[in-house]
Every structure is written in structure tokens, then in C-alpha cells.
Ligand binder design. Structure first.
Ligand code: GDP
Ligand code: IMO
Ligand code: MG
Length: 429
């Protein structure tokens, strides 16, 4: 089994948790490398559903080590609750199978305050963030006024660092957002306690991962969000604030590109997006609503309705180039049963011209119209199918067209949320 990066190839919620849970069986270590608890990764085991926000989806597999890399931003309260809830549900989450980078940055109360305050005050231009403080914490990291896990677990360092950075953030909260300043003692007391609890999990994760590779162990890097939400390559400014692309796996863990063997892209058999921003293949009418209801497209983190549309092969082609996607795992094909016609967006038309490349500019993208290829749908319930040959010919045709229009071969097709509802088309691990 190679060292593999698993990324979302669309705008998030592609089913990364579901696929990572499946293939984590084959690896030794599962590492998250970016994002924070804006992520919501759902895993269904039998009748049980687990939604993970901070912890890697491999945490549910016995005998595996789960890692939170330096590129992740950690909300200690949420992380501790998640650990507690998993333990209550009978899963193991202790210092043996969970390692947190001491270089990861900490989401502080003022980050959440600023995230929500900004979204409230900017009306039409809001991003539609998850309100988890993600933008402001990465901003502080880049501005060199962040608080790292290594500070959190050392009361002197925490006190020193918080005294340095809080006045600046309070100035922003009071003068720009017109809100009440946050109190040093209150934050320090609460966060010092979190630091004490988290200390046992922390280590130099880069060393752990590199040593493990030297010992012959293999790693699955679990991306959060998706390629089109990446800070550099996504539909900026309607993106998240981290490197959700495969490149983020290196900067977010300290494992070099020479040690990564392949990239698996996860894509839904249609497209969804939560929050604001351009979405050329969006279906605003009845068909979109039908997809939302059949696919249960409500956010795993905020519960918001996901916007729905047809599969966008043009966007996936772009995501594939940026990320070096070698194969795709396609999820939720079962949701498309019962549609008389199904469309695939193969290109964008801008001001009457068909574009050759995915636009880098938000203004252009928001004025693009999709160019569709229309296919026949199928009526059969396919959730019980266990071999590709049992799929209706229209469904097989749909899969072939996805491979042709994206230029990427399929690794697997998921036909339901639970572990057994999967078809493997190519064995790559
Ligand atoms: P992630 O953020 O990429 O991990 O995806 P989410 O967990 O936010 O959203 C994916 C949703 O689709 C979850 O509710 C999964 O349980 C569900 N899901 C995943 N694969 C399938 C599938 O093949 N069919 C169906 N019907 N649901 C799926
Ligand atoms: P997973 O890992 C889908 C979206 C938000 C918003 C934008 C910025 O479950 O796929 P942020 O709070 O990150 O500053 O919000 O990004 N977003 C996601 N959409 N899935 C996610 O994660 C997301 N994480 C953030 O809705 O549009
Ligand atoms: Mg999600």
C-alpha cells in the first residue's frame, strides 16, 4: 500500500469520511493535514452514524494511529468533546492511537467571534462560512500572531502569547465589529485547562510520520473540504482558508512530496456546495430540490441545506490537474436512480465562447454557463448491487462518460453510506 493523499475533488462533502474509513483498513496511520472543525466527515457502521469534525476518519479502526498535523487548526474544546464522545461510544482515543502536532494552531474564542461578527456585518458579500473561526485563525497564523498547541500546553507560554496578541484582536472586535472585548483571565483559565488535558496527545508529528515511513509503515493523508475550496486554487474568495489540495499534505504534516505515491480524489456522482460562491452546474429548481432530498444534502457541520447540481466534469478535470489525482472514488451513485435524464457538465461557456481552462477569476466564473452532455437515467434501486456487471446499462454508461469526460479512471463507486455498499473498479492499493 502506497502513501496516499485522499482529497475532495469538488466543494467538500464528497464522502471523504466514508471512503477514508473504508481504505484506512489498509494503512498504518491516518493523518489530517489542514482545516479544522469546519469539516464534518460522516461514517456509517451498521446502524451507527459517527460525524467527525477534528479527528481523522481512521480513528474508528482498531490498531491504527490517527494524527492531527501541523496544518490543522484545533478548537480544543471541540476536540476534547469529540474524544470524549468517541470513548463513550466504545471507541479507543488515547495517547497510543491519537497524536496531535504541537505545531498546529489553536482556534481561540476571538477567532470565532470575528468570524461570526464579520459574516453578520458584511451582508451580501458574506462567504457563508461555518462560523468556526477558520478564516481568522489562519489569518493570525500568517500574520505571526497565532497561538500554537505548544503554547497551549505550557501555561507560561500561553499567558505570554495571549497577553501579546489579545489586545490587537480586541481592538478589531471593539473598533471594527463594535462588540465587547474578550477578557484575558477568562480565556486563559479556560484554555490552560484544555492544554492540560490535551498535553498527553501532543508530539512532533513530522518526526513521527517520517520515522514511520522509514520503518516501512504507510500513511493515508485525509484532506478536508475540497479542491474548489482551496485557498489558492479554489473559487476565491468563496473558499476556505487552508490548502485543501494534495500539496497541503506536505506542508500540513512535514512529509515531503518524494514520499507520497498517489492521490485519490473523492467526487459525488453529482455536485453540491454549502455557503456562497459560483456554482455553474447548480440546479435551482425542482431537480435540485429532488437531489437534495434524495441525497439528504444537509451539512454535517452546520445543518445548512447544500446547494445541488449536476456532475461537473470540467471542474473535476481542473481539480485533477492541480492535485495529480490518479483515480476517483465516486460516491452517491444510488441517489441518481429514478431520474429520467442525467446531465454532465463538460465545459463552461463564457460570453458565448467555450472556455478551454477553468477560470481563475470569480467574476468570470459567476458568469459561466454549463455545457451539458445528456444521458439516459435508470429506474432501478442500485444500492444492493455488488458487482459492476449488475448495474443497469445506463448507470454503466454514466460511469464510462465520467471517466471519459474527466480523463480520470474510477477506483470505486459507492452505492450507499455503509461499508459494504461499494464496488471496486480498479484495485490500486
Ligand atoms: P465528507 O465531508 O466528504 O466526509 O462528506 P459528508 O460526510 O459531509 O457528506 C457525505 C454524506 O453522504 C454523508 O452523510 C455520508 O453518510 C453520505 N454518503 C457517503 N457515500 C454515500 C453513498 O454512496 N450513498 C449515499 N446515499 N450516501 C452516501
Ligand atoms: P468537509 O471536510 C463543505 C465551506 C463553507 C464556506 C467556505 C468557508 O466536510 O468537506 P470556513 O468556515 O471554512 O471559513 O467556510 O467553505 N466549507 C465546507 N463546505 N464541506 C466542508 O468540509 C467545508 N468546510 C468549509 O460552507 O462556504
Ligand atoms: Mg462534510
Amino acid at each position: 500500500m502506497p502513501n496516499v493523499v485522499v482529497i475532495g475533488a469538488q466543494w467538500g462533502d464528497e464522502g471523504k469520511g466514508r471512503i477514508v474509513d473504508l481504505i484506512s483498513e489498509k494503512v498504518d496511520i491516518i493523518a489530517r493535514y489542514q482545516g479544522g472543525n469546519n469539516a464534518g466527515h460522516t461514517i456509517v457502521i451498521g446502524e451507527e452514524k459517527v460525524v467527525l469534525h477534528h479527528l481523522p476518519s481512521g480513528i474508528l479502526r482498531e490498531g491504527k494511529v490517527s494524527v492531527i498535523g501541523n496544518g490543522v487548526v484545533v478548537d480544543p474544546k471541540v476536540l476534547l468533546e469529540e474524544i470524549q464522545n468517541l470513548r463513550l461510544a466504545g471507541y479507543k482515543a488515547d495517547r497510543e492511537n491519537l497524536k496531535i502536532s504541537d505545531r498546529a494552531h489553536v482556534i481561540m474564542p476571538y477567532h470565532k467571534e470575528i468570524d461570526k461578527g464579520r459574516e453578520e456585518s458584511c451582508g451580501n458579500t458574506k462567504i457563508g462560512t461555518t462560523g468556526r473561526g477558520i478564516g481568522p485563525v489562519y489569518e493570525d497564523k500568517a500574520a505571526r500572531r497565532g497561538i500554537k498547541v505548544s503554547d497551549l500546553i505550557d501555561p507560561d507560554a500561553l499567558s505570554h502569547r495571549l497577553r501579546e496578541v489579545l489586545p490587537d484582536r480586541n481592538l478589531y472586535i471593539t473598533k471594527v465589529l463594535g462588540k465587547e472585548p474578550l477578557d484575558f483571565q477568562e480565556i486563559f483559565g479556560e484554555y490552560e485547562a484544555y492544554g492540560k488535558e490535551l498535553k498527553e496527545f501532543t508530539c512532533d508529528v513530522s518526526k513521527l510520520l517520517n520515522d514511520s515511513i522509514t520503518e516501512g509503515k504507510n500513511i493515508l493523508f485525509e484532506g478536508a473540504q475540497g479542491a474548489l475550496l482551496d485557498i489558492d486554487f479554489g473559487t476565491y474568495p468563496y473558499v476556505t482558508s487552508s490548502s485543501a489540495s494534495s500539496g497541503g499534505a506536505c506542508t500540513g504534516t512535514g512529509v515531503s512530496p518524494t514520499k507520497i505515491d498517489s492521490v485519490l480524489g473523492i467526487a459525488k456522482a453529482y455536485t453540491t456546495r454549502v455557503g456562497e460562491g459560483p456554482f455553474p452546474s447548480e440546479l435551482s429548481g425542482e431537480t435540485g430540490e429532488r437531489l437534495r432530498e434524495l441525497g439528504d444534502e444537509y451539512g454535517a457541520t452546520t445543518g445548512r441545506s447544500r446547494r445541488c447540481g449536476w456532475f461537473d466534469a470540467f471542474a473535476i478535470k481542473y481539480a485533477s490537474m492541480i492535485n495529480g489525482i490518479s483515480h476517483i472514488a465516486l460516491t452517491k451513485l444510488d441517489v441518481l436512480s429514478g431520474f429520467e435524464k442525467i446531465k454532465i457538465c463538460t465545459a463552461y461557456r463564457y460570453k458565448g465562447k467555450v472556455l478551454r481552462d477553468f477560470p481563475s477569476n470569480n467574476h468570470t466564473l459567476s458568469e459561466c454557463d454549463p455545457v451539458y452532455q445528456e444521458l439516459d437515467g435508470w429506474n432501478e434501486d442500485i444500492s444492493g448491487v455488488r458487482d459492476v456487471s449488475e448495474l443497469p446499462p445506463q448507470a454503466r454508461d454514466y460511469l464510462d462518460t465520467i471517466e471519459q469526460s474527466t480523463g480520470v479512471p474510477l477506483y470505486a463507486v459507492s452505492l450507499g453510506a455503509s461499508r459494504e455498499k461499494i464496488l471496486f473498479l480498479n484495485e490500486i492499493f
